[in-house]
Design a protein around this ligand. Structure first.
Ligand SMILES: C[S@@+](CC[C@H](N)C(=O)[O-])C[C@H]1O[C@@H](n2cnc3c(N)ncnc32)[C@H](O)[C@@H]1O
Length: 318
């Protein structure tokens, strides 16, 4: 894969909020194919440094090759970002001027049938971003109870027909194991009602019936929400005063986690509203820079349809 297969999302907006300064220290917690990272390195020249983190070995190798021109200014770590503070400390990036999270998966990951992220081509139902994720999607499809599958599809995929799909999967796997992306996509498509409930039809016509199920399994396999909840406070703990935190999400549940985290840290006090005087003593630690999340322009979505669900939120450490 080349770095050109992934188009960085909301690139100008990200730079406007991250505001990379000459000779500053920055962390890209989701390095991917280094589109954002390259721009950060250009803007921080001549001596700015970047710590790039990604759980995916292929993305990591590709980024290392494409950032060779910046070799002396780049440190790369192949790891999940949950322990971002520890990684940053180890590599001398504390306190840091800015941290970027551009969540989810990259286009080359989605397009590689061997990774099992997409049903567009047949491949093993894997979906692990990093090797230490443990369970594959096939393990979940084979081993989770009907209730658990329905919960995953409903909560993580916001799939309206989660129970029907879970029931079909349990029936299908009793006949023979469901181990490939194509098999799963077929089972899901067969579980869909012929005449979707009113209101569901229009929205659903535009996406393949298996889209939400695949997204839900990917989020579950990689514990994406849990890792994000873990990483955000750790990221804040290593930002210098006035350092910037920029987060791009592609899923409403991710966006909610980011929004609530920023709001809570901007408020500080967590005492119940009926207490006359603050007892928790917590001070605000963030100033929110984006009242509402930024979304891509129509032009960007046209040029890069995968950007369509992106939301950017930014905040500054106090
Ligand atoms: C949308 S891509 C980032 C693209 C990148 N900004 C660019 O311009 O090329 C998201 C990347 O984050 C990585 N990733 C997602 N969740 C992660 C996590 N919890 N820890 C580390 N890397 C993660 C994925 O492997 C993927 O390469």
């Amino acid at each position: 894969m080349s770095s050109h297969d992934h188009v960085p999302v909301l690139l100008e907006e990200t730079m406007a909020y991250l505001s990379p300064r000459e000779n500053g220290l920055y962390i890209d917690a989701t390095l991917g194919y280094a589109g954002h990272a390259r721009r950060i390195l250009e803007m921080t020249s001549p001596a700015g440094r970047l710590l790039g983190v990604d759980a995916d070995r292929l993305a990591f190798d590709s980024a290392r090759a494409s950032l060779q021109a910046f070799a002396g200014r780049v440190s790369l770590v192949c790891s999940y970002f949950d322990r971002l503070d520890e990684i940053a400390r180890e590599w001398g990036f504390v306190p840091v001027d800015g941290i970027l999270f551009d969540l989810g998966v990259s286009s080359p990951q989605l397009d590689d049938p061997g990774r099992g992220f997409s049903f567009q081509a047949s491949g093993p139902l894997d979906m692990r971003m990093g090797p230490d994720a443990g369970h594959t999607a096939a393990d979940i499809v084979a081993g989770a109870s009907e209730e658990e599958l329905a919960r995953i599809f409903h909560e993580l995929g916001e799939e309206r027909y989660s129970r029907r799909i879970a029931r079909q999967i349990v029936a299908a796997r009793a006949r023979s194991p469901v181990t490939t992306t194509n098999e799963l996509a077929r089972v899901v498509a067969a579980a869909m009602p012929r005449h979707p409930a009113a209101g569901a039809r229009v929205a659903r016509q535009q996406i393949h019936p298996a889209t939400r199920v695949f997204q839900a399994l990917r989020i579950a396999v990689n514990d994406e929400l849990g890792r994000l909840r873990e990483a955000l406070p750790r990221a804040l703990s290593i930002l210098r005063s006035q350092g910037r935190l920029v987060v791009i999400t592609f899923h409403s549940l991710e966006d909610r986690i980011v929004k609530r985290f920023m709001q809570a840290e901007a408020r500080g006090c967590i005492c119940p509203p009926d207490i006359p005087r603050c007892a928790c003593g917590r001070e605000p630690r963030l100033r929110i820079l984006t009242k509402k999340p930024l979304t891509p322009s129509i032009e960007e979505v046209k040029a890069n349809p995968r950007s369509r669900s992106a939301k950017l939120r930014a905040a500054e450490a106090i």
